[in-house]
Design a binder for this molecule. Structure first.
Ligand code: UDP
Ligand code: MG
Length: 321
């Protein structure tokens, strides 16, 4: 029996790009169906992430035009990661495989053929990995590469140059549903689920329309979230650095004592000020990092829902597998 594929696509204020990319997704789905690789029950599942523009209306009208298009809508904007999660959790009981992809046409749809092939060979997770970043601006390329380097240096294992374009089997998703954290960083969590995995490389194009929702500020937030939800290495680094500063201070004290005893003590205002400033800076940084983790614990203990689906397209009712 051919597997049922759900292509999960988060959309936030994408009225400019959705009418261009939706037919491309449908075409890819139909090609895969025609090739006999996936079942005709496969679907393109849009997740409207609380858009303030016409996105949800576009999704509804697509669903009326073709039964292969379906959509869910989040009750408000919750961010890319939560939107992808909502789609994957919605899909997991209705299909055998999911592929998550952005809706802006930046990720090469043709990589899906290879992804499905890998699945048919027995892989449960297939990561889409970018082969080049030539189309990105220098700034985007530089920040994105620093992002991966920082993550791996801080002990958060992620697949290099893999964003959220990946195939996951329903079996993996059912296990993944047991990961209850609200601080979501999917590309760091999926490797923790395990199962047989492989990668597929593709080249990334420019956004077909609209603007990126990931300015530097959001990228930094994602990096900090990724590190603090996957690793405690920063806390250890603070401890190590604290110990280092303590040793240096101890040596400095001995040195100061000796110079004082030898009667060569100088007024030394500048050096004292420098040390005070430096040490208080280090303390504040340390507190900030610890605070970041306490904030995470605070949010986790509340166990708030990670997504709330407020609406579904009409053709989604009675489709449970
Ligand atoms: N997105 C979302 N919610 C948000 C921000 C973005 O669902 O709050 C979606 C967006 O519609 C797109 C994907 O996440 O499909 C990636 O966003 P974008 O293309 O802006 O990021 P970039 O590719 O520039 O990193
Ligand atoms: Mg994009």
């Amino acid at each position: 029996m051919t597997p049922i594929l759900y292509i999960v696509i988060p959309c936030y204020n994408e009225e400019a790009v959705l009418p261009i990319t939706a037919p491309l997704f449908l075409k890819k789905l139909q090609d895969l169906i025609a090739a006999g690789k996936i079942s005709d029950d496969s679907r393109v599942l849009f997740v409207n992430d609380g858009s303030r523009d016409e996105t949800w209306n576009i999704i509804c009208s697509l669903a009326r035009q073709d039964a292969h298009f379906i959509g869910i809508s989040q009750s408000r904007n919750r961010g890319h990661q939560n939107a992808v999660l909502a789609g994957l959790m919605e899909a997991k009981d209705r299909c055998d495989i999911t592929i998550s992809i952005d809706c802006d046409g930046q990720d090469d749809l043709n990589a899906m053929d290879e992804m499905v092939e890998r699945y048919l060979e027995g892989y449960e997770v297939v990561y889409g990995v970018r082969s080049s970043r030539e189309t990105d601006t220098f700034f985007k390329r530089f920040t994105a590469q620093s992002f991966y380097k920082l993550l791996s240096a801080m002990g958060a294992e992620v697949v290099y140059n893999h964003a959220d374009y990946r195939l996951m089997s329903a079996r993996v998703l059912k296990e993944f549903a047991n990961f209850h954290e609200v601080n979501l960083f999917l590309r760091g969590l999926v490797p923790l689920v395990g199962f047989r995995s492989t990668t597929v490389t593709y080249s990334r194009a420019e956004r077909l329309a609209g603007e990126s929702h990931y300015p530097l500020k959001k990228m930094l937030a994602l990096a900090i979230d990724g590190i603090t939800s996957l690793s405690v290495k920063p806390l250890r680094l603070i401890t190590g650095f604290g110990a280092f500063v303590a040793v240096v201070s101890f040596i400095a004290c001995i040195w100061a004592l000796i110079t004082a005893l030898c009667g060569r003590a100088v007024p030394g205002w500048a050096s004292t000020t420098c040390i005070v400033c430096f040490v208080s800076g280090v303390q504040l940084l340390g507190l900030g990092i610890i605070g970041e983790y306490i904030g995470k614990i605070y949010l986790e203990t509340k166990e708030r829902p990670r997504y709330i689906i407020s609406e579904r397209t009409e053709n989604m009712l009675d489709q449970s597998k």
